[in-house]
Design a protein around this ligand. Structure first.
Ligand code: NAD
Ligand code: GLY
Length: 373
């Protein structure tokens, strides 16, 4: 068999918690990808009903030389299942199979499977090793990297979780072949995000190469995944637990999480909500006189060309008589960045640079009214 050929190996540098991200074709099904992981008798593959039939057997075969026992847990698919009940199925499987504290968990799927498996790995016996095998674009460029793990709560997105780093991230470009177009566009939102917050050259490159990306050309995708992982690695390496800088990775997420929760988990995809949330956060940046209208228009046009919604939804009220803008405000007050009830927004303070700022409620209401249908 030819040597596995990672296009690139990006390192997350966190002292003893450092690990590589391998990016290439055919890595998932190659047993050599997993050499060098901590030795263990057993492994648990956590996946879902969509991904299991596509890639479950391939991963199981690749892990066979490394583990005497390989178990598989197939979770229900969907953001609406990213909760305690589903998380508990992972603990049921771990205990039911008598997994010990060396058992390695493999998260095979998108960000939902990755976030839940990571959280289970952080908590089972106070921490067991885990590997991210992301199979969506979004998970390869963002969620599998950096150690944020979580489940949703009915009152707030990703509110229960832990920082817990994987041992390895395996980004196999072959998994893009089966990804539905809507999911692919959702992943592009997180790729685009890295431009305005950190790298205007990347934004220029995406602008010029969006047709190649949308056509899933391997070279374009390889560049997008590599550059996204490099930027994320740089940020996480400086601020693993989000005491400051790491918050910039949440550009678009404060508005986006309000959309996801307010519409009901699963109605808007995470990447769709982030794409639209970036339009709203860019509008807010303009009202704070940090960027000009041309910048906002450029970003909005790119997000729309990527197949993402740029008009925000009106949210169903929870309290009779509550305005749409007030519903957004209420949801955004339950954000992890909020301090004493004051919402903190990630804004663009100049193209290629982001900062965290508060904004007057009236200004936020104007943004919501301007962006909603
Ligand atoms: P997802 O996990 O729901 O996957 C999207 C859909 O694609 C699912 O139906 C899944 O079964 C399916 N799928 C996965 N791989 C496939 C493949 N190769 N072919 C066909 N179908 C496939 O969603 P996502 O967009 O990957 O991740 C979103 C989640 O990630 C959200 O819960 C979000 O909060 C989280 N997230 C976490 C971080 C982090 O730092 N931890 C960062 C960004 C997002
Ligand atoms: N996606 C935000 C972060 O990882 O910090």
């Amino acid at each position: 068999m030819p040597e596995p050929q990672p296009i690139v190996r990006v390192s997350i540098d966190l002292d003893q918690r450092s690990y590589p991200i391998l990016i290439g074709h055919g890595l998932l099904g190659d047993s050599r990808t997993y050499a060098g992981l901590p030795s263990a008798e057993s492994a648990l593959i956590v996946t879902n009903t969509t991904v299991a039939p596509l890639y479950g057997e391939r991963l199981r075969a690749a892990l066979a030389p490394h583990y005497r026992k390989i178990h598989e847990l197939v979770l229900p698919d969907g953001e609406e299942h990213k909760n305690w009940q589903t998380l508990n199925l992972v603990f049921d499987a771990l205990l039911g199979h008598r997994c010990d504290r060396k058992t390695v968990l493999f998260a095979l799927g998108g960000g939902v499977v990755g976030d839940m498996t990571g959280f289970a790995a952080a908590s089972y016996m106070r921490g067991v090793p885990f590997v991210q095998v992301p199979t969506t674009l979004l998970a390869q460029v963002d969620s599998s990297v950096g150690g944020k793990t979580a489940i949703n709560h009915p009152l707030g997105k990703n509110m229960i979780g832990a920082f817990y780093q994987p041992q390895l991230v395996v980004c196999d470009a072959e998994t893009f072949a089966t990804l539905p177009p809507r999911e692919f566009s959702a992943g592009l939102a997180e790729v685009i995000k890295y431009g305005p917050i950190a790298d205007m050259e990347l934004l220029d490159w995406i602008d010029a190469n969006l047709p190649a990306l949308m056509a899933r050309e391997p070279a374009a995708l390889a560049h997008a995944v590599r550059r996204s992982c490099e930027i994320k690695a740089e940020v996480v390496g400086q601020d693993e637990r989000e005491s400051g800088l790491r918050a910039i990775l949440n550009f678009g997420h404060t508005f986006g999480h309000a959309i996801e929760n307010g519409m009901g988990y699963g109605k808007w995809l995470h990447g769709e909500a982030v794409g639209c949330g970036m339009v709203m956060a860019a509008q807010l940046s303009m009202r704070l006189e940090l960027v000009d209208a041309a910048f906002v228009q450029r970003l909005t046009a790119l997000i729309e060309r990527a197949g993402l919604p740029v008009v925000a939804p009106r949210l169903p009220d929870s309290v009779a008589g509550e305005s749409n803008a007030d519903r957004y405000l209420a949801l955004m007050r339950v954000d992890k960045k909020a301090q004493a009830g004051a919402i903190q927004f990630v804004v663009i303070d100049r193209p290629g640079s982001a900062a965290v700022r508060s904004a007057p409620d009236d200004m936020v209401r104007q943004v919501v009214d301007a962006c909603c249908d």
